[in-house]
Design a protein around this ligand. Structure first.
Ligand code: SF4
Ligand code: SF4
Ligand code: SF4
Length: 310
């Protein structure tokens, strides 16, 4: 009675091993797919030359995303009475931040920091439980607190240092912009920050249209803008585009190149999986030999039994 069930088990792991090996090869092929930039995704265009630093976008972001009760006001050291929400940086309570870049007393610019909604997002690529996902149609990168195990790989992988962890919460989660996917976007068809900006420094729309609009502004006032659209190509394309009158690295937007790190990390993962193929194949072979030996032993036993009966 023992032999058949053990054989069944060995068959199962043998088939499983072969499937794992085949899956590893298939995964490697899949990693090289989908590198084209999708201009039909939704996106935001931030024009730093228009921004007046009013921070209406920041306060609105906090207000419209209060649903989870996770985005609290942050008191600054200079404000002992707590009169303003004044975060010093992105944090477990702040999804977007307007920072001031000062060149001289008469020359400055504001810059908005928030998730870039990368078309090849490393945060998605490294998340071991798929708590970070990218909707292929809209291009929005979202986070599921119900799945997250708190490993914070997404934080380490993000080239823009965007995801933040709620160190001070009993049930912490990762915090980052989700383009108001479940709040303002279905409600009013645009993002909270874009809807309140009094000077149209934030524009929401189809990525292709926003690229055309950005280029139109660069052409119309070449002396005002750096002739470059940050995000058009960076890391394989970002869905948060920026145009500005100062070099982007001065505004805290790093020079990152066009190659998506997600592709790089996937290559590493699949190289590791490829390394598993040899031991998995060996394991499968051992299972085959074990099953064959069991069959032989059963046949032998059967023959012996027949002989006894005769
Ligand atoms: S609401 Fe508009 S102008 Fe005000 S800080 Fe935000 S982006 Fe700048
Ligand atoms: S900016 Fe960072 S958090 Fe946002 S999608 Fe890209 S990798 Fe993920
Ligand atoms: S799109 Fe929504 S979540 Fe993202 S920064 Fe703007 S208001 Fe905040």
């Amino acid at each position: 009675m023992k032999s058949p069930s053990r054989r069944k088990f060995l068959k199962m792991v043998g088939v499983g091993g072969a499937a794992l090996a085949a899956g590893a090869v298939g995964g490697s092929a899949a990693a090289s797919d989908g590198l084209k930039i999708n201009n039909d995704n939704v996106a935001m265009l931030y024009d730093a030359t228009r921004c007046v630093g009013c921070k209406a976008c920041m306060t609105t972001c906090k207000r419209v995303n209060l649903d989870s009760g996770s985005l609290a006001y942050e008191q600054a050291e200079f404000d002992p009475d707590g009169l303003w929400d004044a975060p010093a940086d992105l944090s477990g309570d702040t999804r977007t931040l307007i920072k001031l870049h000062k060149e001289s007393p008469t020359k400055w610019a504001y810059v908005k920091h928030s998730c870039m909604h990368c078309q090849k997002p490393s945060c998605v690529s490294v998340c071991p439980v798929s708590a970070m996902t990218r909707d292929p149609e809209s291009g929005i990168v979202t986070y599921d607190k119900g799945i997250c195990i708190g490993c914070r790989y997404c934080q380490i992988a993000c080239a823009f240092n965007i995801p933040r962890f709620q160190w001070d919460k009993a049930l912490p989660q990762i915090v980052k912009c989700d383009m108001c996917k479940s709040t303002e976007l279905p409600r009013i068809g645009t993002t909270g920050c874009a809807s309140v900006c009094p000077v149209d420094a934030i524009h929401f729309g189809k990525r292709g249209d926003l690229l055309a609009e950005a280029q139109r502004r660069l052409d119309a006032e070449p002396e005002k803008y750096i002739q470059y659209i940050y995000g058009a190509q960076e890391l394989g394309g970002l869905n948060h585009l920026t145009i500005a009158g100062f070099p982007f690295e001065k505004l805290g937007l790093p020079i990152v190149g066009d190659q998506p790190p997600a592709e790089f990390s996937e290559k590493i993962q699949h190289t590791i999986y490829k390394g598993f193929i040899a031991p998995v194949a060996l394991y499968g072979s051992l299972c085959y030999v074990a099953i064959r030996n069991m069959k032989k032993a059963e046949q032998h036993n059967g023959t012996e039994k027949k002989g006894d009966d005769a």
